[in-house]
Design a protein around this ligand. Sequence first.
Ligand code: 26Q
Length: 799
Amino acid sequence: MRPELSELPSAQDLADQILYHLTHTQGRGPEFATVFDWRLAVSYTIRDLIVTPWMAGHRASRDGKLKRVYYLSMEFLIGRILGDAIVNLGLDQQMDAALAQLGLDKTDILEDEPDAALGNGGLGRLAACFMESLASLGVPAFGYGIRYEHGLFRQRFEGGQQVETPEDWLNQPHPWEFTRIDYSYTIGFKGHVENVDGHSVWHPGESVIARAYDTPVIGWQGKWANTLRLWGAQPTNLFDLHRFNAGDYAAAAEPEALARTLSRVLYPDDTTDQGKELRLKQEYFLTSAALQDIIRRFTAEHGEDLALLPDKVAIQLNDTHPAIAGPELIRLLMDEHGLSFDQALDIARRTLNYTNHTLLPEALERWSTWLMGDVLPRHLQIIQMIDEAHRAATHRPPHTGIIEHDEVRMGELAFIMAGHVNGVSALHTDLVRSTVFADLHKLHPERILNQTNGVTPRRWLRLANPPLSRLLDHTIGAGWTGDLDQLEGLEAHAEDAGFLAALRGAKRQNKVVLANGLLSDLGIKPDPEALFDVQVKRMHEYKRQLLNILETIALWHRIHESPNGDWTPRLKIFGGKAAPGYWTAKTVIHLINDVARKINDDPVTSKFLKIAYPPNYNVSMAERLIPAADLSEQISTAGKEASGTGNMKFTMNGALTIGTLDGANVEIREMVGAENFFLFGLTAAEAAAEKARPGHARAAIEKSENMKVALQLIAEGRFGRPEQYFALLDRTWNDDPFLVASDFESYFACQRRIDATYRNHRDWDRMTALNIARSGYFSSDRTIRGYMADIWKVGPATP
Ligand code: 26Q
């Protein structure tokens, strides 16, 4: 079943297969082939090697009647597939040799692949890491998502401002997917509910077809592969032949266009009202298709007794986006399979689980009962029944229900329908218990669990950081890739000058590659000896990119005051997109770019301080930036970042963290040791108290010369027309909801400690080594094992 090492193809085998696919699949001779042709030929060659374990896994799961995990997510931020597949099959060296033999440049080939950007940020990337770990651990699992034709928008800067353009990854053949025209389900919307002999019959007013597109996800060492099944929307009627024949071609194509809208674009993470109905339809489209598929597979394997569903199926809801799964599963069990409401409710609750990823009130999904009743009338009825059953069973306090103030609260719905609810870091889970779900937690004290996030070391270390991976292999053996706790073996080398020099050398290699890229892409020429200080993540006020850029301005000012001072050279790197409708986040982007333009050209300071903000931050850019970072900025207002996962990637790649006690930073600091982590700022409890103090912002700014100067320089127009920043400045002085001012001095002072530490190579390198050595806990393999034991009650297919 598994290609044993001896059976792995040789470089010659690979080269032969690549030439075969170039000729027979791409239909091109080598002398005419483009990079694209070659990339597809290489991809098909690798894909062939995945198909065998993939099918074997399906057979083993079916024949063994194994319990499966189903991960439902509106987002899967996969990134590029080819490089990851080569690494997981253990074919890097053979492939390098094969490509060399064919005269091809590996980087050109890999970078020709568009990123699969079917997600916004952390939540979507977590889903992708989980899929990889599930496969690496040999757990039978499916990911279910939407096959968006257009992933997350592309970002450009015009005059320093973000401009969004559509992303079009599917505007070319996609070699990794298999279309399953036989797995299609009808998804209904709207219409009315009829009562026939005491049974409810929903007559949808509209419907579309969900068609399955499968992508194999190969695990480490190619032992197991699972399926990422993405649904594409198809019209039930292709087009209106009458209208077509009457010459009205546009109108004839309307039904098709309307249906396809459902899987046309990924929603940017925003809170605007526009398109609310489409978002609800997308959520139901994914969920209904997934549940119909799950029940079809269950009955095919285990027969018609759906009471056994919880023994064979564990469904995880990635946030509330697929939370309509509760009512939909009840509907399918009652209306289509004839179970009673009580039976259906019990089965659904023992099958579904829900992960919460945010406490921000504006990100908690709510739908007006009017919209829910219009789009999903039968589901609104069932939601009312669930709510009533819960009220009757728990004697809960008033205002804790699913439906309150004519809104359906999806968090409450997901909670009440879930066997387990989990937060994504220890601190976040505590806050889930004590804030958003405090009342429900009292009623169901066993339900909320913690599962601290993790990231896959295959993509984020072995693939992204070859120099460090080679050093690790050499120092502690290659076992760390599948068992990240083995990094502990580095502790013994943390005082070894030879090892530390090699570690520094590996980091330097990555920094040189990045510096060359920044020069060619942005015209910025950083000194590889400078401290590479990186903040990459979605642009959000709570993540406080504003704090970082204000500190940069204050530092620039200080350097001007003593230009002959002994400053530690720094390159500040920013990366990230703002939701198109998020004005404040977009203003911060503009400010960073304005400040960069001014500072980078400053002859007095530019040898000490530069700023790079490469546009269109995505998974592939993260793979280049993170391994080259010396310092990781994790500076959110305490209590706001549920976990963070970028923070973990930086730690395992040997960047030190400047951070608040927020999300998983708390656990990172505990693991690496307080002395190896640069802590600043208020705690979550202090931040909440500070926010409640009237005039907190102004008071804090008055006390901070550095912050006052930074704001003053912006207001004076030193970086661009100041009117553009008046509203932002006003918000900072008078409101400052994310406490930039309150944490400013602590942050500034911490950065100066970092300047000093960075100059002492021995200290810095030792701290780096200890960060890597103690990062094993942050492998998503550990996270998935936690879900398996505590929530899903599943084991691996290959023990
Ligand atoms: C909701 C309704 C309508 C349209 C969009 C949305 C929407 C989309 C995406 C709401 C939220 C999101 C994304 C949330 C997210 O990425 N959360 C992050 O999840 C990570 C994985 O757990 C954590 O590490 C981060 O701390 C958390 O911010």
